[in-house]
Ligand binder design. Structure first.
Ligand SMILES: NC(=O)c1ccc[n+]([C@@H]2O[C@H](COP(=O)([O-])OP(=O)(O)OC[C@H]3O[C@@H](n4cnc5c(N)ncnc54)[C@H](O)[C@@H]3O)[C@@H](O)[C@H]2O)c1
Ligand SMILES: O=C(O)C(=O)C[C@@H](O)[C@H](O)[C@H](O)COP(=O)(O)O
Ligand SMILES: [Zn+2]
Length: 359
């Protein structure tokens, strides 16, 4: 097992990464304030992993409430959130009851937001079971739900007490979901870690095959990058926005296509290629660098062409992005592989050209 720390003063927490962690109750017990937990999962993950996590807790004398939600991005909404509150209230969960998110990013974001708001805040633990959630969403404390008009529009920054990433759970993950997670792994290489990008180019087929050493290293290095960024800019006043590479385009795709039609990671991949295209138009990336970005996405079986629903509709949706400032869309663009910037200083006509080229 490897351990990293997200350093946030008295809210610092460990990320444990390794095999067979779900049943290692001794990793969880020190973080519980009360002998009661509510595990939130979904109809896909619960049959696979609920009892592996819940039984050792029960054996250790912990009362375990199971909350099982419908599966899918389309359920990351206020109605599902209400269902979580209903269960917590019906079971008389208290301020010191810990919520445990067992699942991918949808479960993590929903559970984290429920924890941030139930009784004005209860402790929570992330047990991510997708590659995407192990490398990104379980770390850093962004929690929330979608609104029909925009992605993640309602939420809170609220840090977990612990992240437990059990690599064994990835064995049951469908390939399409694995690819979606790789999109966020590639992101770290592109925004701040050129050596990692080089390493990913060499090791992509082993990562896609979930070679243990390669997958462990990719998850560790991704979490290390994310933890470093979050530690210096928890509330996205500056550098943290780099973690949004491809997301202004990607969130527009997710919303326009209907939540869940394009997976988050797929939309981020196509959005990252759009950001690279605009960066090239601005003279910041050369053609060879853009080709490297497309090639690595294709090696991960990710889309490199965005859907065409019209430049005007892209712009309308992108105006809803949380990074918009004084009405101006701010984008994460590349100055090199391994170096990204947040900027409103791009040519609007060139953005229009990038958007018009969507497939
Ligand atoms: N909070 C953040 O910082 C952050 C970061 C990135 C993404 N996100 C959010 O995360 C969500 C995407 O997360 P995701 O890609 O994990 O999607 P997801 O949570 O929908 O999980 C993907 C699918 O895999 C299933 N699944 C999960 N674990 C499994 C396993 N071990 N075996 C078999 N099936 C399994 C799920 O039930 C689901 O059907 C989006 O809503 C995105 O906005 C949040
Ligand atoms: O942690 C962050 O910061 C990120 O931006 C990570 C992203 O991968 C993630 O998709 C996040 O939920 C997007 O945040 P949003 O603020 O653009 O909704
Ligand atoms: Zn993301």
């Amino acid at each position: 097992m490897q351990t990293l720390t997200v350093s946030l003063a008295d809210r610092s927490y460990p990320i444990h990464i390794g095999n067979g962690l779900l049943s290692q109750v001794e990793l969880i017990l020190p973080h519980l304030k009360r002998k009661q937990v509510a595990i939130v999962s979904n109809t896909t993950v619960a049959p696979l992993y609920m009892q592996t996590l819940a039984q050792p807790l029960r054996d250790a004398g912990i009362s375990v409430i199971e909350i099982i939600l419908p599966d899918g991005e389309a359920y990351k909404n206020s109605e599902t959130l209400q269902t979580i509150y209903d269960h917590l209230l019906q079971n008389r969960c208290e301020r010191n009851t810990t919520l445990i998110a067992l699942g991918g990013g949808v479960i993590g974001d929903l559970t984290g937001y429920a924890a941030a708001t139930y009784l004005r805040g209860v402790p929570f633990i992330q047990v991510p079971t997708t590659l995407l959630s192990q490398v990104d969403s379980s770390v850093g404390g962004k929690t929330g739900i979608n609104h029909p008009l925009g992605k993640n529009m309602i939420g809170a920054f609220y840090q977990p007490k612990l992240v437990l990433a059990d690599i064994d759970t990835l064995k049951t993950l469908p390939q399409r979901e694995l690819s979606a997670g790789v999109a966020e792994v590639i992101k770290y290489g592109l925004i701040r870690d050129a050596d990692f990008f080089d390493w990913l180019e060499t090791n992509m087929s082993a990562l896609m095959a979930l070679d243990t050493a390669v997958a462990s290293y990719a998850i560790y290095r991704s979490c290390q990058n994310k933890a470093e960024v979050v530690a210096v800019d928890e509330h996205e006043q500056g550098e943290r926005a780099l973690l949004n590479l491809g997301h202004t385009f990607g969130h527009a795709i997710e919303n326009a296509m209907g939540y869940g039609v394009w997976l988050h990671g797929e939309a981020v991949a196509a959005g990252t290629v759009m950001a690279a295209d605009l960066s090239q138009r601005m003279g910041w990336l050369n053609a060879a660098e853009v080709q490297r970005i497309k090639t690595i996405m294709q090696a991960a079986k990710l889309p490199i062409e965005a859907p065409d629903f019209g430049a005007e509709e892209y712009l309308r949706l992108m105006q809803l992005d949380k990074k918009v400032s004084d009405g101006r869309i701010r984008l994460i663009l590349q100055q090199a592989i391994g170096k990204a910037v947040i900027t409103a200083d791009y040519d609007a006509d060139k953005l229009q050209q990038t958007l018009s080229l969507a497939a």
